[in-house]
Design a binder for this molecule. Structure first.
Ligand SMILES: Cc1ncc(COP(=O)(O)O)c(C=O)c1O
Length: 418
């Protein structure tokens, strides 16, 4: 579901023609629909309203402060994985008591900052990390609320790069070792309140079965932990809800909740969820312009002014994004690879696509680019990161300016020169 629609050949975001945005900002530009992301958040919230819950938006999907702040105003918490994300979440108005902190490599500096700010909980991924948090909490005379991330060894049937809950993945504590580790931490690490269990089995998951399988294993673990004297009061079920990029048929939040809640409810815990892609994925597009049409011997190339540095998903995962004209195009069709200007053969948005006959200057929209789009953008080839725009009904707001060339060399210096 989203509020992008083509009317008489023009692509609209809510009640704004996207080409009008490009005329102000230039291209490439990310355009987000506020109504889409808000409704997605509210759908998840509604699906879990029958149980005590905290929905922590996963900042890594899209960490623009305008997006985070829109969700903060609706009551969302944040799932963070770095000191930078902590800074962004707080800056955007998410209270520390609604922030959960995950990630396999939190540094001492990051842990200390998060403890001082009073984040709600750390999701711990290893015993050395637990010892580190315990020792820093001790120095600060604080007690840290923690969950251990458990790797339940289930296959969520998604791209192998975004599968995170199988035993060969680096994430979490193998379920067979988890009980021992929880108990050891509870007994020995006196500056930790070990009260939570965390799982996150992967991303772009369209079937709920793997979650149910994982949660059944977690139920057994929680019973064992309680029998050993631990008071487990929260269960974080991670993110991962899939969206429609082409013809996927993901469960809705309501269908998802209907399957998982019967497993969770008897545990009497507070549920934490960390959705990212589901909230922002279909809420954003990358708008670009055709720079050249290059006719090859056996292939045509449509060369855009956006590249893999702006949106890396096709290059990184072979991910599919629908690509459509944002303004009326010619009637005929052509087959082409839609590519960027970067010096890598992997710099493409779509291969062998049948598109209307395109010409230079035509605006094209790469759809469903709101998640893992800008947040994974880089300056490769010394390209400036694109602008970002948030649309609210008939109005649009430039929420990030396109970088300038000065931005590209900020912080650099040449030895001996001032
Ligand atoms: C721990 C954790 N939680 C939540 C998410 C968000 O996942 P998604 O965007 O698929 O909802 C991720 C993504 O990698 C993650 O690693």
């Amino acid at each position: 579901m989203h509020y992008f629609a083509v009317k008489k050949g023009w692509l609209w975001c809510e009640n704004v023609r996207v080409v009008n945005i490009a005329k102000k900002t230039g291209t490439p530009v990310y355009i987000y629909s506020h109504r889409t992301l808000a409704e997605h958040y509210l759908k998840i919230n509604a699906a879990f309203s029958g149980i005590e819950n905290l929905i922590c938006y996963s900042l890594k999907a899209n960490s623009s402060i305008a997006v985070i702040s829109s969700l903060a105003k609706l009551g969302a918490g944040a799932d963070i994985v770095s000191g930078g994300e902590l800074y962004r979440a707080l800056r955007a108005g998410i209270p520390a008591r609604k922030i959960v902190y995950a990630g396999v490599g939190k540094t001492s500096e990051e842990i200390e900052a998060a403890l001082k700010k009073g984040v709600s909980m750390f999701n711990i991924e290893s015993m050395p990390e637990a010892e580190r948090i315990n020792s820093i909490a001790g120095k600060l005379r604080k007690k840290a609320n923690v969950a251990f991330r458990v790797n339940p060894d289930v296959d969520p049937d998604t791209h192998h790069y975004i599968t995170t809950g199988k035993k060969e993945n680096k994430f979490g504590i193998n379920i067979s070792l988890a009980a021992g580790l929880f108990i050891r931490a509870h007994k020995k690490l006196k500056n930790l309140n070990v009260t939570g269990v965390h799982i996150h089995i992967g991303s772009q998951i369209t079937k709920t079965g793997a979650y149910v399988e994982a949660l059944k294993k977690i139920t057994v673990l929680i019973s064992k932990l309680r029998a050993s004297g631990l008071s487990i009061t929260s269960l974080n079920i991670g993110g991962g809800l899939g969206i429609i990029y082409s013809n996927e048929k993901p469960s809705t939040p309501a269908e998802f909740a209907e399957r998982v809640l019967p497993v969770i409810r008897p545990l009497g815990v507070r549920v934490i969820m960390e959705p990212g892609r589901f909230i922002v994925g279909n809420a954003g597009i990358l708008l670009a312009k055709v720079t050249y049409i290059k006719k090859g011997e056996n292939r045509n190339f449509v060369i855009l002014d956006a590249g893999m540095n702006d949106l890396i998903r096709p290059s990184l995962y072979g991910a599919f994004h629908n690509i459509i004209p944002a303004q009326p195009a010619a009637k005929g069709k052509m087959k082409a690879d839609i590519v960027g200007p970067i010096c890598e053969s992997g710099d493409f948005f779509g291969k062998n696509r049948v598109v209307p006959v395109l010409k230079e200057g035509q605006y094209l929209a790469v759809m469903s680019a709101g998640a893992y789009g800008f947040s994974m953008a880089s300056n490769y080839n010394s390209r400036r990161k694109p602008a970002e725009v948030l649309v609210k009904d008939k109005k649009f707001f430039v929420v990030r300016k396109r970088e300038s060339y000065e931005d590209l060399t900020r912080g650099e210096c040449i030895p001996g020169r001032r």
